[in-house]
Design a protein around this ligand. Sequence first.
Ligand SMILES: Nc1ncnc2c1ncn2[C@@H]1O[C@H](COP(=O)(O)OP(=O)(O)OP(=O)(O)O)[C@@H](O)[C@H]1O
Ligand SMILES: [Mg+2]
Length: 561
Amino acid sequence: MACIPVVTLCDIRITLWFGDALTRLQAREGPEFLEQLVGLILLIAAVQGIFRFLQRWWIVGVSRRFEIELKQELFDKLCGLPLDFHDKSRSGDIVSRLTADVENVRMLLGPGSMYVLSALVFVPGSLFVLWRISPVVTLAMALPLLGVALAMGFLTPRLHSRSTAVQESLAEISHRALESFSGARVVKGYGLERHESRRFEDASRQNREAQIHFSKARGLMHAAIHLAYDLAFLPVLFVGGWAMIDRSIAVGDLFKFIDLGFKVFWPVIALGWIGGLYPRALASAERIQALLSETSHIQDPPDPVPLDAEGIEGELSLSNVSYRYPGAPGPAVEGVHARVPAKSVLGIVGPTGSGKTTLLNLLGRLCDPNGEVRLDGIPPRQLSLATLRGALAYVPQDSFLFSDTYRANIEFGAEEELTDERLAEFIQAAEMTAETAQFRGGLDQLIGERGVTLSGGQRQRSCIARALARDPKVLILDDALSAVDTETEAQLLQNLRRAGEGRTVVIAAHRLGTVKDADQIIALKNGRVDAQGTHEELLERSDWYRETWDRQRMQKELEDL
Ligand SMILES: Nc1ncnc2c1ncn2[C@@H]1O[C@H](COP(=O)(O)OP(=O)(O)OP(=O)(O)O)[C@@H](O)[C@H]1O
Ligand SMILES: [Mg+2]
C-alpha cells in the first residue's frame, strides 16, 4: 500500500516535466535542459516501474495468501460441523462458498483495495496540480469524469447479476453431467440416454441464453467506456483551447490536462467497478461469516478426561437413549437401554427403517442423543472427540471409498503408513486377498470414483479391511455383510471373530444368521426395543424375530438345495 503514493507521485511528476518541456521548447530554449530532462525522466520512470511491480506483487500475493487461509478455515469448519448440518445443506452450495464467495471477497480486499487507494491518491493529486493551473479547465475535465464514475457504479451491478446467471448456468451444466455420469448404471439400465441428453441440452440452452445476455451487457459497457474515453476530453479541448487562444495558459499546460486526464480516466473507471463489486463481495462475506459462525453442538469438552484411545477398554452402556432427527415428526430411536461388556458382541436387528443405523451413529457421537451412551463408564461429553473416535472404527452401510489407490483407502483407517505384510493381514481378514491379487496395479491400483471399479461386496469388504486397520477398541459394522454370499459371510464372520477378539463388536444386520452368536441382541421395531437377549431368548420373546428367523432359515435351506 505504501508503494501506491510513490507510484502516483512519479506518474504526476513525469507529466508535469513533459508539459513544462513543451512550453520551454515553444519558447525556443536551448538543448541543454532537454538532455538533463531525459536523464531525470528515465530515472523517475525506473523508480516508478520498480514500485509498481512491488505494489502488485505484494498486494496480489497477500490476497492470494488470504484466499488460501480463508478456504482452509472454511474447509476445517465444514469438516467439524455435525452430521445434521451436512444432511440439510446441498454440497453444491458449500462448494460455491469455498470458491466463488471467497474469490469475491479476495477481489475486494486485494485488487479492489489497490485500485481504490490508487484512485484516492491519483485523482485528488492530479486535480490539485491542475486546479492551480486553471480552475475552469479543471472543472471542464472533472465533471465528465464524475459522470463516467457514476455510470460505471450503476452499470456494474447489472453486469454482475448477468455474470452470476452465467456462473449458475455453468454450475447447472456440470451438475447435470456429473449426475448423469455418476448415475450411468441407472441411466443405461433404464435406457434413459435420450432423456438425460435432453436435460443436458436444456441446461446448455439456458447457459447459451445467459451468455448472450451477458455478452450484450459487456459489449455495451465496453463501447460506452471507450466512447466516454474519447468524448470526455472534448470539454478540455474546447475550454482549454479558448484559454490558450486567450494566452491564459501555455501549450504545455494544456498537455498536462490532456495527459493527466487520460491517466486519471482508468482509476476512475476502477472506482466505479469497485462500487459495483462492493455489494456483491459484502453478500459473499456475509455468507462466509454465517458459515464460520455455525457452531457445532458436538465439541470437545473444556477439560476432557485425560485418556487416549489406547487406554479405552471398550465397555458400552446405553441408558434411555433416544434421538429425533431435526424436523422429523417422531424419534428414530427411543428408550434404548443396554450394557455391553468390553470385548463382547452386540447384535442389532430390526426391519428396515427401525433405527439401526441411527443407533450406531449415536455411539461415536456423530449425533448427540437424549439419554447417555457411556464408553468405559465415562459420559461421552467428557471424552475428547479424538479419543472417542480414535477408539471406534465404523463400517458404514453405504461402503464409501475414496477415489484413490486401494492402499490409501485401507491406510485411511490406520492414520499411518502400513507395511505390505500388515496390509495383507487386514485384506486377508476381510476376505479380499484373492481379488486384490487380480488388480493390475497391485495395491497401488487406483479405484474409481467412490470405488465404482469394485463390486458392491468388494467395496463392503474393503471397508471392513479399512476398519480393521484402525485397530479399534470398538468395531461397528452397519449391515456390512449384506452384499456377500452366505458362504463368504460365514468365512468373514469367523475371521471377524478372530479379529474381534479383544474388541467390542457392535453389528447391525438384516440377516439374523449374522448376529445369532452375539452375546446379546437388540431387536428394534419403529425405533423402540422390541426384545433384547441372546438368540435363544429372542426366539421366545419376539414374534418378529422368530418369524424372520424361520423364514430366513427356510430360504437358506432352499438355496442350499
Ligand atoms: N438424516 C436423516 N434425517 C431425517 N430422518 C432420518 C435420517 N436418517 C434416517 N432417518 C429416519 O430415521 C429412521 C431410522 O432410520 P435408520 O437409517 O436408522 O434405519 P435402519 O434401521 O438403519 O434401516 P435400514 O435397515 O434400511 O438400514 C427412518 O424412519 C428414517 O427415515
Ligand atoms: Mg441402516
